[in-house]
Write a protein that binds this ligand. Structure first.
Ligand code: ARG
Ligand code: ZN
Length: 870
């Protein structure tokens, strides 16, 4: 295989030909869609001259005719193939009409125009528009689009595209047409089309300036009653963006379509969002509390893109975080304002530490603004999204909400309708924030997670507390020498009663050099610093707190995030001790102080139950492994189970009481209190379930049988799937017979089985691949079964004989023939290989080399696998 080409930011050049208008016609027939594209083009004389030839991006499809300025070109007058469409000579200003023949029914990549079930739909981000028609498929080409769709009226009664409906009517042979016009200039990646027999729900929103917006959410007929939560979330998002950012919607129509086959979560196409049905459909019987919150978050995310992404877009794909980091920040703020801020922050940080930190320490490490890529699709990463959002959060922290809002206003004042860069964004933050972000910028350009080591020294005579911070970033493939970063540390010193004794005005420390000491006077003995409150910077924090101090912080730190974090550090310390004992073949024990701290938290009736459920959850095996340089798969599994069982055993009655206490709320209510009660109840049940005693197993079975909502049902099912193969199998059968008609619930059914730590799981996963409800063409199914096994089932994926690795490599190879993006995602499960022992490393290496030998391997998988082998 020829080595794929790397694209570099430093090679960026403005386009030589600009497209101002795009008029598309889709003539949809069985097995063939004819696309007519009429483009108004002018040469960009800033960089082109009269001899510059036109080169457009073009996918692998047939062109049936080309007309330039009304003249039909002969096939030898243009070149088509190898990813390009080329015209050697063109006038300076001209119209180009190209007719292309597509076969969406055969398109399994789910990129460009494809079919999901009986529905035609598109996904153009990042570079899918070129699979529809030859085009300068880059985000800095912004044009006005119109789109006419022609199809059979019975099979495809609903025909949608971006913008406003301007015409429609009947044609011969039971066919009809619809014409859409989008008045806003947009890049090609925001184009969308949907055609199908869809049902919809309708609502309205009046913006603060009085525009009446029609809101429509479409789904397959059988799911239409599951769209109301999404609609409610959309209205919440519209209202929130007006209140918090002063941003109003700009069209008269906002449409969302739920699709079953979708590579990502959702897509912000102008006026016509296309969603993975997982982020639209919900009712309490079929969706968990987490699903409900995720839907709210993703609906918000795509809506917020209308300004951050669509109105102001990207100059090139290297700037992806300009829209994604900022929009993730906005959706996190939305969720925090509408639900519990502290609990939301904990989930985000857990996600960041659990997935982004490892990514940044592995072969795929890249700056938030990458310098190069082979396939852009591989850079829709935790780093671009989640770390990108953390960078915005730090700027917000540094300049404060008021100035941040002013800066965002300025951003739109300056750049509305334009394609810009991260530097442009930082520029307005500096201008409106009145500060110098020169050093801060490094966060965007340097990869890797900084480690910040904190040391304290107290002088009792002077009553002085000195805190020394040392920051360090390990060199990696991107930079061999790292410069110190500008790190905001939100902090306070708390006395031995848990009160802040430093003033709020001095609550932000700013680290700017490798090592810095801050001295605080008038500090009583036994005071403690509370550091990085609300996780004020995306760093690994190494403190010198004793377990007693951590227990104190866990109970008393006024900062909720830090109470949770202290509990997690306590757990990790305890787990490390237990795991070391396992490795040394010593007798195992749990320290009484940990149980005491746990019990104290458990009995504190005043705590928010959602927070308590987070604070008392043990880190998962996949999280625990991040605390070791060399991962011992079995010791981690045994150690975690031992700790969990000991806690459960010693606090059994308390968990029982808590379950009763938390069972009182309405099982169908989605109030914060009801959801919080369920999370604490189900956490207690999972502690008890892991004891595998007759009475505790009976209790879980009873909860499973009487569950009135999916949150409780799936929680009990998961616990049962860990107890015993027979118990699991009975639940598996029962769950299937109840839910076999519901695709999204079946995804959960596959996921629970793929996640079970019981020994025979790999064989079960292998047989589930052949299950009639599984399809390797459906990304949700692949994520539930295969990806779940590889990424979450630590003990079974990493089994010593390498069978887990071989199985996943086989799946990557099979999947790559169908869907490059999803195959590449799955390939990243080997990115952590350097943390495992030599025997495992050798097997992984062999499997990666086997993948690399596939002659038809996609660029997507090549990029991930070749980096892993570097
Ligand atoms: N822009 C979309 C979002 O963040 C995601 C698009 C994903 N595209 C991809 N090639 N993975 O909402
Ligand atoms: Zn996004």
């Amino acid at each position: 295989m020829e080595e794929p080409k790397t694209i570099y930011l430093k090679d960026y050049k403005p386009a030589e030909f600009i497209v101002d208008r795009v008029d598309l016609t889709f003539d949809i027939k069985d097995n063939q869609t004819k696309v007519t594209s009429i483009l108004n083009i002018h040469k960009n004389f800033d960089i082109a001259d009269k001899n510059t030839s036109l080169v457009f991006d073009k996918g692998d499809f047939e062109i049936s005719s080309v007309i330039a300025n009304g003249m039909l070109l002969l096939p030898e007058e243009y070149e088509s193939g190898g990813g390009y469409f080329k015209l050697a000579r063109t006038p300076d200003i001209f119209d180009l009409e190209i007719i292309s023949i597509l076969k969406p029914e055969e398109n399994t990549s789910l990129e460009g125009l494809y079919k999901s079930g009986d529905i035609f739909c598109t996904q153009c981000e990042a570079q899918g528009f070129r699979k529809i028609t030859p085009f300068p498929d880059r985000p800095d080409i912004m044009a006005v689009y119109s789109c006419t769709i022609i199809a059979d009226k019975t099979q495809y009664p609903v025909l949608l595209s971006n913008g406003n409906l301007v015409d429609s009517g009947d044609l011969d042979n039971n066919r009809h047409f619809v014409r859409w016009e989008d008045p806003f200039k947009k890049p090609s990646y925001l184009f969308a089309l949907v055609a199908g027999d869809l049902e919809h729900i309708h609502d309205q929103f009046t913006t603060k300036s009085g525009r009446n917006v029609d809101l429509k959410i479409y789904s397959e007929r059988e799911n239409i009653d599951k769209c109301y939560h999404a609609m409610k979330s959309l209205k919440q998002a519209m209202e929130w963006d007006e209140k918090r950012f002063g941003l109003e919607y700009d069209l008269d129509l906002y449409q969302i379509v739920a699709i079953n086959d979708f590579n990502a979560g959702a897509m912000e196409n102008k006026g016509l969002n296309i969603f993975n049905s997982k982020y639209v459909l919900a009712n309490p019987e079929t969706a968990t509390d987490e699903d409900f919150l995720n839907i709210q978050g993703v609906i918000g995310h795509e809506y917020f893109h209308n300004w951050t992404g669509n109105r102001v877009t990207l100059k090139n794909w290297f700037q992806l975080s300009l829209k994604e980091g900022l929009t993730v920040f906005r959706d996190q703020e939305f969720s925090s304002d509408l639900n519990s801020r502290g609990v939301k922050r904990i989930s985000c940080v857990r996600n960041l530490r659990g997935s982004q930190f490892p990514e940044d320490a592995g072969p795929m490490t890249h700056p938030v603004r990458p310098d190069s890529y082979i396939k852009m699709d591989n850079f829709y990463t935790m780093t671009v999204y989640e770390k990108g959002s953390e960078l915005i959060r730090m700027i917000h922290q540094l300049i404060g909400e008021k100035k941040f809002r002013k800066a965002i206003d300025l951003y739109f004042e300056k750049f509305d309708g334009m394609a810009v860069t991260i530097e442009d964004f930082i520029g307005v933050m500096e201008e409106a924030g009145g500060l110098d972000l020169n050093q801060f910028k490094l966060w965007y350009f340097q990869s890797g997670t900084p480690t910040v080591k904190v040391e304290r020294s107290y002088n009792p005579d002077l009553k002085q507390l000195a805190i020394t911070f040392e920051q360090h970033i390990a060199p990696d493939r991107n930079q061999s020498k790292k410069k110190p970063l500008h790190i905001p540390v939100k902090f306070a010193i708390i006395d031995n009663k848990g009160n802040d004794i430093t003033p709020e005005s001095k609550s932000l420390l700013e680290l700017t050099s490798g090592r810095q000491t801050f001295v605080f006077g008038n500090i009583p003995e036994n005071s403690l610093p509370s550091l990085f409150r609300q996780f004020s910077a995306p760093v690994k924090i190494k403190t010198d707190f004793t377990n007693e101090e951590l227990a104190f912080l866990m109970a008393n730190d006024p900062d909720e995030f830090n109470r949770w974090d202290a509990a997690q550090t306590l757990f990790v310390n305890e787990l490390k001790r237990i795991i070391t004992a396992i490795q040394a073949d010593k007798e195992l024990s749990v320290s009484p102080n940990l149980i005491k701290a746990f019990k104290k938290a458990l009995l504190n009736q005043h705590t928010d139950h959602a927070f308590l459920a987070k604070a008392l959850s043990l880190p998962m095996e996949t999280e625990i492994k991040n605390h070791f340089d060399l991962v011992d798969v079995h010791a981690i599994h045994r150690g975690r189970l031992f700790l969990k069982q000991q806690i459960a055993k010693q606090l059994k009655q308390h968990f029982m009481d808590l379950i009763d206490y938390c069972s009182k709320s309405d099982p169908l209510s989605l109030s914060h209190g009801a959801m919080a009660d369920r999370s604490l109840k189900n956490l207690s049940l999972s502690y008890l379930g892991c004891l595998k005693e007759t009475d505790t197993t009976q209790l879980v079975l009873r909860h499973y049988a009487t569950a009135k909502n999916m949150t409780d049902e799936i929680a009990a099912f998961k616990i049962l799937s860990e107890i015993h193969p027979d118990i699991k199998q009975t639940a598996v059968k029962n769950f299937y017979s109840k839910w076999q008609h519901d695709k999204l619930v079946l995804d959960k059914w596959f996921a629970v089985q793929a996640g079970s730590s019981l020994p025979n799981t790999l064989n079960i996963v292998k047989s589930l691949i052949k299950h009639p409800d599984f399809s390797i063409k459906n990304p949700n199914k692949v994520r539930s079964l295969i990806y779940m096994f590889a990424m979450q089932n630590h003990i079974n994926f990493h089994q010593k004989n390498g069978d887990g690795y071989r199985f996943i490599a086989d799946q990557i190879i099979a999947l790559d023939k169908i869907n490059h993006q999803i195959a590449a995602r799955l390939s990243s499960c080997f990115n952590q290989m350097k943390r495992y022992d030599n025997a495992r490393k050798i097997i992984i290496k062999k499997e990666l080399e086997r993948i690399l030998c596939v002659p038809t391997l996609s660029k997507n998988v090549y990029e991930i696998v070749s980096r892993a082998l570097e």
